[in-house]
Design a binder for this molecule. Structure first.
Ligand code: PRX
Length: 654
């Protein structure tokens, strides 16, 4: 959206009903806690770790970090297990409390899974995995839909020290295989089918296709039966979940994990190459997500908390599964989409389930806002207290709609800025304390030390500055490495501005110290809150026999935030046609996922390149954004005429 990232001179105080009884109810408390978290970092995090986590062996030191070599460790020497934090600790006081409140694809299809039931599910599956040879440190891929068993599968891996790698259910067989191969997964946990907006998602069939070519590392698959649609079961490899756990005891001794032992890998797109396996660990990650979940949303014991993201993304890992379950909350798991059966689905669900804290993405807010207020006002929404947003900058117009129409001015909005790599919230208000500005993530979370640098890496001091967002020190939930490629971790995040973690985002710090994210400054796209790399999409396009070269850029899109614009140069002998554009879209879908499908494809005769052969994306971006007059100086290009041709051809984009 055009107005994203520009400061808006409006301030909204947290409503009194939200402030009342809040954990942090005023800015003095926030400021004092924040000050301690950076000035007296060890003591602050020691105290938080002791309050939020239960170590079976206490840690010796709080943190050791080197932001040049990427050696980062928190709570050194401690022993614990993430599944114990999320389950066992709650059984005595909260055994019968609903842990997961599931809302299926059809409105009103619900399942309540108590902490005790979830614990049993997890323990049985953990035993089944162990019996099949899964050991501490082994990788297990999970390719499932939004069902409670998905959370159980993650926690079962954690329990035996296996590293889970959840693959978003929208990814293609090719993408599944790439991820399985990259981390040599020993097993896959999947389900027959998922459901989304009235449609079936062929999860098991996709896994079959992913594993069709030999040469993979997968020894067995466990298949959860959800829809009951018959699926192909490969003898000797595939087994039903219910059969696998049938005779397993409901108790499985947890592996004692070192604070720094890996908990999971989650693949995410960068500017170059294939998606990388972001690795998070047991103690630091868990503490960060629990602590931020608690403070940012101001979680209370009887909250019905709902994050409407997908567990296949980091938002779901941190704020559907680990944060809320670590805190003993009731977490809603939503299988459907915001527009099914109509644009009122969220608020219908809010009323039926009594949801008090609701967390979604700007793209969903925009998609339902345009369908009309009546979809909102026909529901009461009186249970709501806190609204959250995540995934991309929210434009002030959508923010105001969320605040005024959905929240009727009675709820706080927390705009949480963070990344797969950061594990948890980095910049966000606290629901009960922070004055809100529409479109700003506001202020750093505890322990987070943001800074704004110019292109040369000089830190811009003071307020009213614009540049690139970095972090000056590590924080507990920071990724530890790229799985199997530590150099890539250092190269990608720590070398652009040596000694600092570079987010890849541009930002403005306003006169009050509030941060406004202006979006990615690299070749990463944020499409409907899904993160994609332009290089991956280009790779899929070039894989088609007709394509000589392709360049992909983002452009502002009313609903998706960012749309995908592909410039495609054909090989000799091929001609541009709608048919070919369709084939290319299909190729991207097949190679990556439907979410990566280009919105616009423009066939071009040539791409703007420097004399050394580098594609000038800046120019392509301006053209895709509909600002050809701002392409800037093109005289240094190898062939300046291509720019004019491309501008002339915009109207013929398909
Ligand atoms: O550009 C920022 C944007 O999403 C990127 C991270 O994407 P991903 O790793 O998929 O994680 C998304 C969910 C945490 C960031 O580099 N982003 C995320 N949240 C916000 C945001 N941009 C502005 N405001 C936000 N609240």
């Amino acid at each position: 959206m055009a107005d994203v990232g520009l400061p808006v001179d409006e301030v909204y105080e947290p409503p009194a009903r939200v402030r009342e009884g809040a954990l942090v109810a005023d800015m003095e408390t926030y400021r004092e806690m924040y000050r301690r978290s950076v000035e007296d970092r060890d003591a602050f995090w020691r105290e938080m770790a002791e309050r939020f986590l239960t170590f079976s062996k206490p840690f010796d030191r709080v943190v050791e970090e080197d932001l040049y070599t990427g050696k980062i460790a928190w709570f050194i020497g401690g022993k614990l297990n993430a599944s114990v934090q999320c389950l066992d600790r709650h059984l005595a006081a909260r055994g019968d409390k609903t842990a997961i409140l599931w809302e299926g694809d059809e409105p009103g299809t619900n399942r309540r899974v108590t902490y005790r039931e979830l614990s049993e599910m997890v323990n049985r599956l953990a035993n089944a995995l162990r019996r099949r040879g899964v050991r501490k440190g082994d990788r297990v891929a999970i390719y499932m839909g939004m069902v409670p068993e998905l959370a159980a599968a993650m926690l079962a891996c954690a329990r035996i020290g296996a590293i889970h790698s959840v693959i978003f259910g929208g990814f293609s067989p090719r993408s599944i295989r790439d991820r399985i191969d990259d981390s040599t997964c020993k097993a896959v946990i999947t389900q027959d089918e998922g459901r989304r907006g009235g449609r079936a998602v062929p999860l098991k069939a996709n896994v079959d296709e992913a594993l069709a070519e030999p040469g993979h590392s997968v020894e067995f698959c466990i298949v959860y039966r959800h829809t009951g649609t018959p699926v192909n079961m490969v003898a000797g490899r595939d087994e039903w979940w219910h059969d696998a756990v049938a005779n397993e005891p409901a108790e499985c001794p947890p592996e004692q994990m070192d604070s720094e032992d890996p908990l999971f890998i989650l693949y995410t797109s960068g500017s170059t190459g294939k998606p990388k396996g972001v690795l998070h660990t047991h103690a630091g990650y868990l503490l960060h997500v629990m602590c931020s979940h608690k403070y940012v949303f101001d979680i209370r014991e009887d909250d019905i908390y709902c994050c409407a993201a997908d567990v296949g993304w980091i938002t779901g890992h941190s704020y559907i599964v680990y944060g809320p379950l670590g805190n003993g909350s009731t977490t809603v798991m939503f299988e459907s989409i915001p527009t099914y059966p109509d644009a009122g689905r969220y608020w219908d669900m809010v009323d039926r389930l009594g949801i008090t804290v609701f967390y979604t993405a700007p793209t969903a807010i925009r998609a339902i806002a345009r369908e009309g207020n009546e979809h909102v006002t026909k529901y009461r929404r009186t249970s709501l207290r806190v609204l959250g947003t995540v995934g991309e900058p929210i434009n002030p117009e959508a923010w105001r709609w969320y605040f005024n129409v959905v929240g009727e001015g009675r709820c706080s909005i927390v705009d949480t800025y963070w990344q797969t790599e950061t594990g948890g919230h980095m910049i966000s208000g606290l629901a009960g304390a922070t004055p809100m500005k529409p479109g700003s993530g506001s202020l750093p979370f505890f322990g987070v030390q943001p800074c704004v640098v110019d292109e040369e890496g000089r830190e811009l001091e003071g307020n009213g500055v614009t540049g690139r967002l970095c972090m000056k020190a590590s924080w507990p939930g920071m990724m530890r490495t790229v799985y199997g490629d530590h150099d890539r971790f250092v190269q990608t995040y720590l070398t652009t501005y040596p000694g600092k973690y570079f987010t890849g985002d541009g930002c403005h710090r306003d006169k009050d110290g509030y941060y406004w994210i202006t979006g990615r400054v690299d070749d990463v796209l944020n499409v409907s809150g899904h993160r994609l790399g332009t290089a991956e999409i280009e790779g899929a396009l070039v894989g088609h026999p007709a394509v000589a070269e392709a360049a992909v850029v983002g452009y502002p899109h009313d609903i998706k935030g960012t749309g995908i614009y592909a410039y495609v140069m054909l090989k000799a002998g091929y001609t541009a046609s709608d048919e070919l554009a369709k084939e290319l879209r299909d190729a991207v879908r097949r190679e990556i996922s439907a979410i990566a499908t280009p919105d616009r494809i423009q066939f071009v005769e040539g791409l703007p390149k420097t004399r050394s052969g580098k594609i000038m994306r800046r120019i392509l971006r301006k053209i895709a954004e509909g600002e050809p007059e701002n392409v800037g100086d093109v005289t240094t290009l190898a062939d300046p005429a291509v720019v004019r041709d491309i501008i002339e051809g915009v109207g013929r984009a398909r």
